[in-house]
Ligand binder design. Structure first.
Ligand SMILES: Nc1nc2c(ncn2[C@@H]2O[C@H](COP(=O)(O)OP(=O)(O)O)[C@@H](O)[C@H]2O)c(=O)[nH]1
Ligand SMILES: [Mg+2]
Length: 364
């Protein structure tokens, strides 16, 4: 998952750390701060060099048995206040922006990440309490967390709302709605909730049977009408069934294609009015990148969206949709689909996703 993004971020992270270390070295080289304010446990007699302490220069003036100037600075910057110049990291932040754009992160999310990084890393005096690389990773984490928002805990929602909780799944054909309905049903069943599925795709031939096959495999009841029936009626009946049988959750599948897009939106709008869902979950493929973000906005504007499910994240090397969608439409991601099996779904927890994107490195 997100392999291309991961390796490129690792690269830019290295560059940023290097530039910041250089910036710190320059700060110390231009002052006597290293000599005067060294940590008590360390040698107080570290000498600064008057010239710019590039790696080459410092190796010339340091005797073989002693650590280089750069090493001394690195060891001394911990727990110190330093000034990281914006100029020094500007170029690398631009590299970061390009990497994010190349990996399908939407422009507003790119801007948000880059400005948060700049805000976090530069500025007047900055206290460094960890290594420079850990500081860069922390800034990246914070920036990503900001655009990812808070996530959406389905079980948390169900536990605090009146039952049945009604969830309507929307999205285009092939996005993975029917599979997601089955996976979410399986997930909820495993977590102790009772579920009924409404087979709301009455448009596509074979859709009822596809839903029924999934539901039989995971042991969940399906309410279905014949092909061509009004999906609002099917889903209304599903809600009535859930009420009559004390079912916790209604999962409503829908068609992703109708005679045209406007008709599809009208149909979904009617379903919304009739079924009165508590949650409208927009489903799209993570692999669709920017297209998924654009479609998500279209669906949100037309029929509303409360949360997003991104499928096929297992096939997505870029991570662009996963990073941008919540920030762009202002609605949190609920699940990631990570395969074709019923267990291949994970609740979208921003902190875990950020760890995954940044390779699960320690921050301290
Ligand atoms: N690799 C992978 N395939 C998926 C995932 N979710 C759905 N699919 C596949 O995508 C295809 C379309 O799924 P379907 O549920 O029929 O889409 P719908 O038209 O939106 O209902 C099927 O072959 C699914 O097995 C996922 O998370 N990962
Ligand atoms: Mg379907």
């Amino acid at each position: 998952m997100f392999d291309s993004l991961k390796s490129k971020l690792l690269n830019v992270r290295g560059k940023l750390s290097k530039n910041i270390e250089e910036s710190i070295e320059e700060t110390y080289a231009g002052s006597d701060a290293v000599r005067v304010t060294g940590s008590p446990e360390r040698s107080p007699s570290v000498e600064t060099q008057p010239a710019k302490p590039s790696e080459k220069q410092s190796s010339k003036v340091t005797s073989r048995s002693q650590p280089s100037f750069s090493d001394k600075v690195k060891s001394l910057v911990k727990d110190r206040e330093v000034v990281i110049s914006e100029k020094k990291i500007e170029g690398t932040l631009q590299d970061l922006e390009i990497i994010l754009l190349e990996n399908d992160v939407a422009l507003p999310a790119v801007d948000a990440i880059s400005s948060k990084m700049k805000e976090d890393l530069t500025g007047s005096k900055k206290k460094i309490t960890q290594s420079v690389d850990a500081m860069v990773v922390q800034a990246l984490k914070d920036a990503l967390l900001e655009v990812l928002g808070e996530g959406f805990s389905l079980t948390g929602y169900i536990d605090t709302h009146e039952r049945p909780v009604k969830i309507l799944f929307t999205g285009v054909n092939g996005a993975g709605k029917t599979t997601t309905v089955a996976k979410v049903g399986h997930f909820l069943k495993k977590n102790g909730y009772s579920v009924v599925i409404g087979s709301g795709d009455t448009f596509r031939a074979g859709a009822n049977e596809q839903m029924q096959t999934h539901a039989d495999r995971i042991g969940i009841k399906v309410i279905r009408h014949q092909e061509g029936a009004d999906p609002s009626a099917v889903l209304f009946d599903t809600v009535e069934y859930a009420k009559a049988h004390g079912i916790d959750v209604v999962l409503a599948d829908t068609a992703g294609r109708f005679h045209n897009r406007a008709n599809l939106m009208n149909q979904l709008e009617k379903i919304r009015r009739v079924m009165k869902p508590d949650i409208v979950a927009y489903v799209d493929e993570a692999v669709a990148g920017n297209d998924a973000v654009i479609r998500a906005e279209e669906f949100n504007n037309a029929v509303g969206t409360d949360t997003v499910v991104l499928t096929k994240a297992d096939m997505d090397t870029k991570g662009g949709a996963a990073i941008s969608i919540a920030h762009t439409i202002g609605k949190p991601i609920m699940f990631l689909g990570i395969g074709q099996g019923y267990d291949d779904i994970i609740p979208f927890e921003p902190a875990t996703i950020v760890e995954e994107i940044l390779g699960g490195e320690e921050t301290c």
